[in-house]
Design a protein around this ligand. Structure first.
Ligand SMILES: Cc1cc2nc3c(=O)[nH]c(=O)nc-3n(C[C@H](O)[C@H](O)[C@H](O)COP(=O)(O)OP(=O)(O)OC[C@H]3O[C@@H](n4cnc5c(N)ncnc54)[C@H](O)[C@@H]3O)c2cc1C
Length: 264
């Protein structure tokens, strides 16, 4: 039976990134990157990751999440150095839009803006005129709205991200099991997972990373482990501007418009 240092379950963005990073770290301390395996039941990026829009924003009401998002954004910008892959990054920035409050401002967002300075993340209130300058002409902006600009937000091409994850996996020399589903586990007396049962064979493992996303609760139910993940609906509106007519896009990421309307 084949033995692995770590098995990562789920080949979405998170599982692929974890497996690649782990393979690189293990190599640095003299370990074998091929002893990291990534197990994906379909093909890489076919789960929730197939729907993502490639927007990388750091602004977040929760300080810890904002901090992690900032680290992640900086890593994406340096991905060539970290994983040896080429990824085109569009520095689009993000425009956050909400309805104005009664006093003409939005206290919650003002507080978030102040708080984010500590990290530091640039997230500033801007005027309607400035918002018009940032946006292409076909985006309607109104007097009763309030605008915040996050200039450091970036936009990736989701298809390109998926191609480059394959490249990153190849460069890192980890072992990829694609089209193989985890169907069960074996544990020792101390309740540690020692074997993972796949559709066609069983492997021995020292460590397990769960990155099976929304499939996790069902998978780990078999071990009596409760994973508190629930799937929430999201509302996303994406616009594409023409690169041909403009030569270069100046389309910022438009964030939270739909959600802010719903909250009102
Ligand atoms: C419409 C939409 C737009 C989004 N846009 C953005 C965005 O612009 N920016 C952003 O940062 N985030 C965005 N997100 C969120 C982002 O897509 C998710 O947070 C991210 O893709 C989650 O990745 P994951 O690896 O955790 O999960 P997944 O991609 O779901 O990966 C889990 C994988 O596990 C596999 N798996 C499950 N069970 C097993 C098993 N038993 N054995 C083997 N494999 C198994 C599945 O096949 C799947 O591939 C968006 C989400 C949606 C829905």
């Amino acid at each position: 039976m084949k033995k692995f240092h770590t098995a990562v379950i789920g080949g979405g963005c998170l599982g692929s990134a974890s497996a690649i990073s782990l393979a690189h770290s293990l190599k640095k301390i003299g370990g074998k990157p091929e002893s990291i395996c990534l197990i994906e039941k379909n093909v890489l990026g076919s789960g929730i990751s197939s729907r993502q829009s490639g927007l990388i924003r750091s602004a977040n009401a929760d300080e810890a999440s904002a901090h992690l998002a900032k680290i992640s954004t900086d890593m994406w910008l340096n991905i060539k150095k970290i994983w040896g892959i080429d990824l085109e990054v569009e520095r689009a920035g993000a425009l956050w839009i909400a309805k104005k409050g009664k006093n003409g401002s939005n206290q919650k967002w003002d507080a978030i803006s102040q708080n984010l300075k500590k990290i530091p993340i640039d997230f500033k209130k801007i005027t309607l005129d400035k918002a018009h300058l940032i946006c292409p002409h076909f985006i309607n902006l109104y007097e009763d709205e309030i605008f915040y600009h996050e200039p450091e937000a970036i936009q990736l091409d989701p298809t390109h991200v998926r191609q480059q994850l394959y490249q990153g996996i190849q460069n890192s020399n980890l072992t990829l099991f694609e089209g193989e589903e985890v169907v069960g586990f074996k544990k020792n007396k101390s309740e540690k997972i020692t074997e993972i049962i796949l559709t066609n064979h069983t492997i021995q493992v020292e460590h397990v990373i769960n990155a099976a996303g929304p499939w996790s609760p069902k998978l780990f139910e078999k071990l009596g482990v409760t994973i508190p993940i629930s799937v929430e609906p999201v509302f996303v509106a994406n616009w594409l501007s023409s690169l041909a007519s403009k030569g270069k896009t100046n389309m910022p990421i438009i964030a939270d418009y739909v959600l802010s309307l719903i909250h009102i």
